[in-house]
Design a protein around this ligand. Structure first.
Ligand SMILES: [Mn+2]
Length: 313
């Protein structure tokens, strides 16, 4: 029997240390099918810093998550062992070394049989996470939820930043270029060339406007067709949500998804071969009343639930 969260009928939700959803630590259970792991790293940001405090804020905001997911009809923590693997402690002064540290720690989790749901941290961390995942599964399909493309080449000559991970991932052969999608893209770009280069890398785009005008069900159909039965990695920048739903982030853009739309699209992925996921760019210093970290904790809960369903269909 998996060890579940602390019993909230005996110990109040607001008492005790904050692990994700009050789950046991990975070190307490030894092995888990799903591991929630933090990466408190934000040295790759181009604008507002602060996502290094994201993992702690999302854990705090996850205290109210309950064990049964009615929309997916699953009790994820009973179905499989889910555990909090703590934080990957990486060098805040050396991006290259941090990327190596994250890759090694994620690889260790995967080697132990755990599928990772990673809480960032800025979006730089998606690159080492994809390196680790693709070493196990080969090139993976990618669903990338974000206001921004994150396929730019360099900033100030730097190749490893939170705006470049998916170009690097394509260059390194980590992704299946037949099955790459951005969802929620919006806001001004540097030029039309950004879109041309992104298309050449293999990405298809469903913009925030598409989500509004075509609707959630059609978006799910398009995404599922692109993904097929390939191993799938889902990377969610919290700034895919409108600033009304996620003010606590580094590069907010008006006109984004609602948290309801995002959660519905994720639930539409049930049955896909999800092999790992991340939720990044929560920067709590710009948040209000935990709006952003609550949204992120629910997104992570949905990702954990999808993984639990996948582990034991
Ligand atoms: Mn991003």
């Amino acid at each position: 029997m998996p060890r579940g969260p602390v019993d909230s009928s005996r110990i109040p939700r607001f008492a005790g240390p904050a692990t994700f959803a009050r789950l046991p630590s990975l070190s307490d259970v030894g092995q888990a099918e799903v591991a929630v792991v933090g990466v408190p790293f934000d040295t790759g940001v181009s604008y507002r810093p602060g996502a290094r405090f994201g993992p702690a804020a999302v854990r705090e905001a996850s205290r109210l998550l309950r064990p049964y997911h009615p929309a997916l009809d699953v009790a994820p923590f009973e179905r499989v062992q889910v555990a909090d693997a703590g934080d990957i402690a990486c060098n805040p002064f050396d991006i290259g070394e941090a990327i190596e540290t994250i890759d090694a720690a994620a690889s260790e989790l995967l080697a132990g049989g755990a599928k990772p749901v990673t809480i960032g941290g800025d979006h730089t961390i998606a690159l080492p996470l994809l390196r680790a995942v693709s070493r196990v599964h080969g090139p993976v399909a990618l669903l990338h939820f974000d206001a921004h493309l994150d396929t730019w080449d360099t900033y100030f000559g730097a190749a490893y930043t939170h705006g470049t991970p998916f170009r690097r991932a394509v260059e390194e052969g980590l992704l299946d270029t037949e099955a790459l999608s951005h969802v929620g893209i919006r806001g001004p770009l540097y030029g039309r060339r950004d879109l041309d280069e992104d298309r050449r890398l293999g990405f298809g785009i469903l913009t925030a406007r598409d989500v509004l005008r075509r609707g959630v069900d059609e978006v799910i159909d398009v995404l599922r067709q692109r993904v097929g039965d390939r191993p799938l990695y889902v990377s969610i920048d919290i700034d895919v949500l409108d600033p009304a739903h996620a003010p606590g982030t580094g590069t907010p853009e008006a006109g984004g998804l609602t948290s309801r739309e995002l959660l519905e699209i994720l639930r539409g992925l049930e049955g896909c071969d999800l092999v790992g996921a991340d939720v990044v760019e929560v920067a709590p210093a710009y948040d209000h009343a935990e709006i952003t970290s609550i949204a992120a904790s629910h997104i992570a809960y949905d990702l954990v639930s999808l993984l639990a369903l996948r582990e034991k269909p």
